[in-house]
Write a protein that binds this ligand. Structure first.
Ligand code: SF4
Ligand code: SF4
Length: 634
């Protein structure tokens, strides 16, 4: 199996000492590296990096830039200021192989911009340069240092950029570290509660515009500074905490609030330099419920290239395949167990269309459009139609169903060629469902959406994520769900998915144990069997090997030869030593490594398959009433 490649993005300053987000503190253009020095430095940093950022305030002034880009031999992004950019320069950079621009911009008003960027007289040129970049062929990430000076400029700047021709790919708010700022310049910093409030307003605007958002790099406000303001954008802290953990020499110190904070143990504290400037005013312990819902998970920092997770699934046993394309990260919902970075905006249509064509060269059985929420992407009908034109037999969306509550929209998807929809629904109680998705009023829209899709002839499947919050309600959920959806003539199947590990907190707070869920899952599956409704999502990537249900193969018939394994399955799953005595060993992926680390392997009890199974019979068939299982001898 493939292992993930190196994820690191390495950055090289071609003008050492001229860090653009710290210009406000007194930096400014300095003498740049010589070509020989820069070439050696690029080669050194690129050696173990997946991608390279070359920071150069004025890329037009370096004649050797094309050579440096070539020397990187990696995808290169240029970080620069906007002044000096024009259409011809942006085109030259694209022709040289640059894959994107990170443009640092300080504010909307002339006085503010010039103070933040220390660039007297450059305001008009910067505005023109930014507009030229957005109109050009390269994806643009706008980086805005957040300071006391420009706190009233950040949202107007975003609004202005969103209104320009062309589309900004992502807007990142840069939070300067107090320790990196001279003491006499720290008065220009913004306290972190104020940063969080500003970020909440900015991120909401960007999400509404389907543009990527987040904090720049690894620095974000202290989680304890945010209250509930950033709950809907909660992955933003992960990189900050991870980076802090990987910087043992960074000066961080606990504060009084840490003693009662759920992140203590993950978070090392606050910069003493920040405390010197602002004290701990507004820093309150993070409660467990909030931390669990914040989905503190590894992120890749956003960006199209880093986010385009094209996950080919192969069905080795059946020789069939499935491919999944995530076309955005945004979602109207904010489920705690979701593993997708909601800060990522829409993938460009050209990228998705090319990906569909590439995937169609290897298999044309099944392609899935996922997100985020794929129905938020305005080009989804075009993607579906293109997939069908490329020959895919099954074209599926993974959706929360909300947009399909508009019957005309659902019909447009079906007219484009949609054949299957997997709709997430985690409770049949409206209040509980809306609490889980954190989208008030979503439940009836999801239900209506699923009805519309099913009535239009789409193979409709429910995705139900089992967590500590809802596993005991599983039988009741199943009965209510079957009453609501399993009407005559409808094709409906149910998959029960286990919440994936998305942070150190998930195993402890979100994942129930196999022993806890066993009776409830059995009752739910028995109810499906009694109504002739199929189910799936258990074995394989779903994370429930047959021994979880005591090796009762009735619950897995029809899918025993269809165990999906993603290319990184061996990194995610592991077996126990006793698995070698299990008749299912060869077909079984095992259990998620995080589960084993948390709960051990005592629940994995090998079994013997007593007789041939009805692996060809469909799930829900009543042709096999025997379990086909007996315990293996110890
Ligand atoms: S552990 Fe301390 S510094 Fe970290 S978020 Fe909690 S209260 Fe803040
Ligand atoms: S191989 Fe191991 S994990 Fe898989 S079903 Fe058998 S005992 Fe369980």
């Amino acid at each position: 199996m493939d292992r993930p490649r190196a994820q690191r993005t390495a950055k090289l300053a071609l003008d050492p000492g001229d860090e653009l987000i710290h210009r406000f503190a007194g930096g400014g253009p300095r003498a740049g590296r010589t070509t020989a020095d820069a070439l050696a430095a690029v080669a050194a940093i690129a050696a173990d990096a997946r991608a390279v950022v070359l920071a150069v305030a004025q890329p037009g002034r370096r004649d050797d830039l094309a050579a440096l880009i070539a020397a990187a031999a990696r995808p290169v992004t240029i970080e620069c200021e906007a002044a000096g950019l024009d259409a011809a320069l942006v085109r030259r950079l694209a022709d040289a192989g640059v894959v994107g621009l990170r443009i640092v911009h300080g504010g909307m008003r002339e006085r503010v911009f010039e103070a933040v960027m220390r660039a007297p007289g450059a305001w008009r040129a910067a505005a023109a340069g930014l507009a030229a970049a957005l109109a050009g062929p390269l994806p643009v990430e706008l980086v805005v240092p957040v300071l006391a000076w420009n706190r009233d400029d950040v949202v107007p700047l975003i609004d202005w950029v969103l209104a320009l021709p062309g589309q900004v790919a992502r807007v990142a708010l840069a939070v300067p570290r107090a320790a990196d700022v001279p003491v006499d310049a720290r008065r220009h910093l913004l306290d972190h509660p104020a940063v969080a409030a500003l970020a909440a307003e900015a991120f909401a605007r960007l999400q509404a515009a389907r543009v990527g958002f987040g904090f720049d790099g690894s620095d974000a406000p202290w989680p304890c500074a945010a209250g509930d303001r950033l709950d809907r954008f909660a992955t933003v802290w992960h990189d900050a905490l991870r980076r802090a953990a990987s910087e043992p020499d960074r000066a961080l110190t606990p504060i009084a609030a840490c003693a009662r904070c759920a992140l203590a143990g993950t978070c090392r504290g606050v910069e003493p330099a920040y405390l010197g400037a602002f004290g701990d005013a507004g820093l309150a312990p993070v409660p467990e419920a909030r931390a669990a819902a914040w989905r503190l998970r590894p992120t890749r920092g956003g960006g199209e290239v880093e986010y385009a997770q094209i996950s080919p699934f192969t069905n080795v046993a059946a020789g069939a395949g499935r491919a999944l394309i995530r076309i955005n990260g945004h979602c109207q919902m904010a489920c705690a167990f979701c593993f997708v970075d909601r800060g990522v905006g829409d993938l460009p249509a050209a990228t998705v269309l090319a990906t569909i064509e590439r995937l169609a060269t290897t298999q044309r059985d099944h392609v899935v459009f996922s997100g985020g929420e794929p129905t938020l992407h305005p080009e989804l009908p075009r993607f579906i139609a293109h997939a069908r034109a490329c020959g895919f037999a099954t074209v599926e969306i993974q959706t929360n169903g909300v947009r399909a509550s508009d019957r005309a929209y659902a019909a447009a998807l079906v007219a484009a060629g949609l054949t299957k929809a997997t709709v997430s629904l985690h409770s049949m109680d409206p209040a509980t469902s809306d609490a889980i998705t954190r989208m008030p009023g979503a439940f009836p829209r999801t239900v209506a959406g699923l009805h519309h899709l099913a009535a239009l002839g789409v193979d409709a499947q429910l995705a139900h994520v089992i967590s500590k919050d809802n596993y005991q309600a599983l039988p009741a959920f199943t009965t209510a769900m079957l009453d609501e959806f399993a009407g005559a003539g409808r094709r409906l199947s149910v998959c029960f998915a286990i919440a994936q590990r998305i942070s150190d907190l998930v195993p402890r707070w979100v994942l129930p144990t196999f022993t806890e869920i066993r009776p409830y899952v059995r009752a739910a599956l028995d109810a499906c069997d009694a109504r002739g409704v199929g189910y799936g999502g258990l074995i394989g990537q779903g994370g429930y090997p047959p021994c979880v249900l005591s090796g009762d193969l009735r619950y897995h018939r029809g899918v025993l030869d269809k165990v999906y394994a993603s290319t990184d399955a061996d990194a995610q799953f592991a077996k126990a030593p006793q698995c070698a005595r299990c008749d299912f060993d060869r077909a079984c992926l095992g259990v998620r490594r995080d589960y084993l680390a948390q709960h051990g392997d005592a629940e994995l009890v090998p079994f013997r398959i007593a007789r041939a199974t009805d692996s060809d019979s469909g799930a829900g068939s009543d042709s096999d009433s025997g379990s086909g299982m007996e315990s293996a001898s110890p």
